[in-house]
Design a protein around this ligand. Structure first.
Ligand code: ZN
Length: 559
């Protein structure tokens, strides 16, 4: 693709072009922006190159030689990249007249490329930094066969329809405002209702699992973050301090230090453990503007957070409890999931002893094995403070989304001196586990929107029933029905506008409301209702009590 672009648009500079999941992209520096029609032209040129069966040749050269080559070609971005490579020799790939800096590997000849498609154009800052020049990115995908490509493109079309940013607007769930700042979510009544239902459910399940709820302030003295070490290792994700009474305060990027302070207000004996503090805690983290994405990648979000403080011999049971809770939550929302276990990065510094790590990692593995959960080990992927389990939720299109996580922490208990009095009467460091069973409310609801394609199951739907009247005369009876439903805690709206019933039905369908009740003269006379399910053309007459029972049962069984 890069070769085709440079042939079609001479003078265009190349920067980086990695493979990504299901495809690739390349960032270009071109004087005038690409337009959508260019993609077809570039594709045609690419077929041209493919048909010539051009070879991909790997050339190993010294860094200096490579610099000379790219200088002659006026490729400033490649020179900048070369400056950062410490190796003496680098590898280049050549195909036709095109040369790129690349580790490889590549197909042997262009003829090996059987099926591809260029998908979209986007702006992207050089190195993802908004202080740098805005480059132009072209996304594409490549497959072994035309069939695989078609299948993938169909999946993309379906994903586009389900995009939570599109549905979020259409269903009036949330908004983001330029004047308020990027990456900050404003929940509208309907979105907030979905969130509320999930939160109520979350609180109930956590009470059943023996959690206590806490709440902490959003800002705290910077010293807290010095003690925690965040100021050293997490600074890039934290916002600048604000001054209060000549002291620096920071808006929290995490809830952990706050929960630790609460734990430390008392001495704890081993008999009281485990202690589990849970909070729907809002945190603020800096993310580059280029990576922000609707509700899925934001700058302020509410974690369904909890910290478990326990003794070493309780660890296994605690992890088991968390894994069971995660599994239950995922099942309720209809997600299959994949599990990843991240282990110690052996080359890096880490908190705690190797023995601690081996034990903790062993405990995580043991629980996963006992629960018969298949998992993938990600060697060296753990953060420095402890091993972790990440759960990725698989949505209805088979896409994976970062969700729940369980993390050990050998760092904070030592930094804050988080201890308990053991059976031996001596003070011991408490074991500390950070965990979320949904992830964050923003990401989780965003994922749910795409998972359900906006058609929420009855228990989650912000409006569960819409009553539609055919004539003005039907309004008093319709209001009576509305009242009955409301009293049974069913979320109901009434559309008694003087509009054609066909239009009212269409609008209600677009809003993806699970049930419509149609009220006309016959229903008023017979004291019944006509029920129409979302996505169905059938209308069933029934008694309102019968209907209420049906909806209540769906709500209670979370269907
Ligand atoms: Zn934490």
């Amino acid at each position: 693709m890069a070769s085709a672009v440079q042939q079609l648009f001479p003078g265009t500079k190349i920067s980086i072009g990695p493979a990504i999941e299901d495809g690739f992209y390349y960032d270009f520096d071109k004087k005038t922006p690409f337009v959508p029609e260019d993609l077809k032209k570039i594709e045609k040129k690419m077929w041209n190159i493919i048909n010539k069966k051009t070879c991909f040749e790997r050339i190993k050269v010294s860094k200096n030689k490579a610099k000379k080559i790219f200088k002659a070609r006026n490729e400033a971005y490649k020179l900048e990249l070369l400056d950062e490579i410490s190796d003496e020799k680098v590898s280049l790939y050549k195909t036709g007249d095109f040369i790129d800096l690349c580790r490889g590997s590549h197909v042997e000849t262009a003829a090996d490329i059987k099926a591809f498609k260029l998908l979209s154009i986007a702006g992207a800052y050089w190195r993802g930094n908004e202080k740098n020049k805005m480059l132009q990115r072209i996304y594409g995908t490549a497959w072994h066969t035309k069939e695989e490509l078609d299948e993938y493109v169909n999946k993309l079309t379906e994903a586009k329809k389900r995009d939570h940013r599109k549905l979020g607007k259409e269903l009036d769930l949330y908004s983001i405002h330029e004047e308020a700042g990027a990456g900050l979510i404003f929940w509208h009544p309907k979105g907030a209702m979905i969130r509320r239902v999930i939160e109520d459910f979350w609180y109930k399940e956590h009470m059943k699992s023996g959690y206590q709820f806490v709440n902490i302030p959003h800002i705290s003295n910077i010293n807290l973050w010095k003690t925690s070490g965040h100021l050293d290792f997490y600074k890039d994700n934290m916002y600048s301090p604000m001054e209060i009474d000549k002291q620096d305060y920071i808006i929290k990027p995490m809830n952990c230090p706050g929960h630790i302070l609460i734990y430390k207000t008392n001495l704890h004996s081993y008999r009281e453990l485990p202690i589990r503090y849970a909070e729907l805690g809002t945190v603020y983290r800096y993310e580059k503007s280029g990576v922000l994405h609707g509700m899925l990648r934001v700058r302020g979000f509410t974690q369904d957070d909890a910290h478990i403080f326990c003794a070493p011999d309780q660890l296994k049971n605690e992890i088991k409890g968390v894994i069971e809770l995660i599994d239950y939550m995922m099942k309720i929302f209809g997600f299959e999931y994949e599990v990843f276990l991240s282990t110690r990065d052996k080359s890096n510094k880490f908190a705690g002893s190797i023995e601690d790590w081996d034990k903790a990692t062993g405990t995580l593995e043991q629980v996963l094995k006992e629960k018969n959960i298949t998992y993938k080990v990600e060697e060296g992927e753990a953060v420095f403070y402890g091993p972790k389990i990440d759960v990725k939720m698989k949505d209805s299109l088979g896409r994976l989304w970062q969700g729940p996580t369980v993390q050990f922490d050998f760092n904070l208990p030592r930094r804050f001196n988080v201890t308990y009095i053991g059976e031996d009467g001596k003070e011991h460091y408490a074991m500390m586990v950070h965990r979320t069973v949904l992830g964050s409310m923003e990401r989780f609801v965003g994922t749910l929107i795409e998972h359900y394609g906006g058609s929420f199951p009855v228990w989650l739907a912000p409006v569960q029933v819409k009553i539609l009247t055919i004539k003005d005369d039907n309004v008093p009876y319709a209001k009576e029905m509305q009242n009955l439903l409301q009293c049974s805690q069913i979320r109901v709206e009434l559309d008694c506008r003087d509009e054609k019933i066909g239009l009212k039905i269409r609008e209600s369908e677009l809003d993806k409301i699970p049930y419509m009740l149609i009220i006309g003269d016959r229903e008023v006379k017979e004291k019944t209702i006509s029920v129409r399910k979302h996505g169905s053309r059938d209308c069933a007459g029934m008694d309102v009590k019968q209907f209420i029972d049906r909806v209540r049962k769906q709500i209670e069984t979370r269907k």
